[in-house]
Design a protein around this ligand. Structure first.
Ligand SMILES: Nc1nc2c(c(=O)[nH]1)N[C@H]1C(S)=C(S)[C@@H](COP(=O)(O)O)O[C@H]1N2
Ligand SMILES: [Mo]
Length: 252
């Protein structure tokens, strides 16, 4: 993606005013650099899509706001209930020592990390806002390993365009593009407010993507897949929310 300049995209976009074929070129160019959301609406929505592509290009290094410790919410709201399945209950009864996060797909060295291994990686803590699309939000300190570190440990291949992440909880999975996957604030978290990540907030492992809305922050993560295409994952729209009318990209 670093090879695509704003000028190149903009020039291709201008060429688009010459006709639909120019537009197709601009869209294809943006697509090649992973700047088209998997739930895009085809050429019909191309104007919107190119606006999205330039916005992603412009903001890929920007940071979510971090807050002082005094702003941490006293009573953070845990949305939903923990997984009800057998596997989760068994792992929880064993204090999650057998929890694994499997990382595979387009990587040189697929791996399966225990919590202890994730904790042995360089850690980062950040005090950020988690906002639900339903209107409520809270601020907490999150601790974990940057996803970028995990991706380099397994040797994510250069063709990679998305990282898909799956919960042990049925129906919960999502994906981010490489700009968000490699972003320094995107963490595989195992800690919150100085302690372990509580079960209500996704313990033992949750992906925090603080530049996007709550629903992208999938709890109880057990598996990551690196891919160059979202085809074959659900309906191919990048996650479950677009299947129900929400956007795949939920930047805030
Ligand atoms: N596995 C799983 N992940 C999930 C959810 C869920 O129900 N299950 N809810 C999502 C939604 S809609 C929001 S707003 C946040 C809520 O995070 P919280 O429970 O820490 O407040 O988690 C997201 N991740
Ligand atoms: Mo939400």
């Amino acid at each position: 993606m670093s090879n695509l300049t704003r000028r190149k995209l903009f020039t291709a976009g201008l060429a688009a005013t010459a006709g639909a074929s120019g537009l197709a070129v601009a869209v294809r160019l943006a697509d090649r650099y992973g700047l088209i959301p998997p739930d895009h609406r085809g050429l019909y929505g191309a104007g919107e899509t190119l606006t999205y592509a330039s916005q992603r290009l412009l903001t890929r290094h920007s940071l979510a706001r971090e807050f002082p410790r005094s702003q941490i919410s006293k009573a953070p709201f845990a949305n939903g209930t923990p997984p009800k399945n057998e596997d989760y209950n068994r792992l929880r009864a064993g204090s999650f020592v057998d929890w694994r996060v499997d990382v595979g797909g387009m990587v040189a060295h697929p791996a399966s990390f225990s919590l202890a291994e994730l904790r042995s990686f360089p850690a980062r803590s950040q005090i950020t806002h988690l906002a639900c699309e339903e209107g409520w939000s809270f601020i907490a300190e999150w601790t974990g390993v940057p996803l970028s570190h995990v991706l380099s440990a397994v040797g994510a291949l250069p063709q990679a365009r998305y990282v898909v992440y799956f919960s042990i909880q049925k129906g919960w999975w999502d994906s981010v593009d490489m700009a968000d996957a490699l972003h320094p604030q995107t963490l595989l978290t195992y800690g919150m407010n100085g302690g372990e990540l509580p079960v209500g907030h996704g313990g033992p492992v949750r992906l925090r993507v603080p530049r996007q809305l709550g629903y992208k922050n999938v709890k109880y993560v057990t598996r990551l897949t690196v891919t160059d295409s979202m085809k074959g994952f659900g309906k191919g729209l990048g996650s479950a929310p677009p299947e129900g009318g929400y956007a795949w990209y939920a930047g805030m």
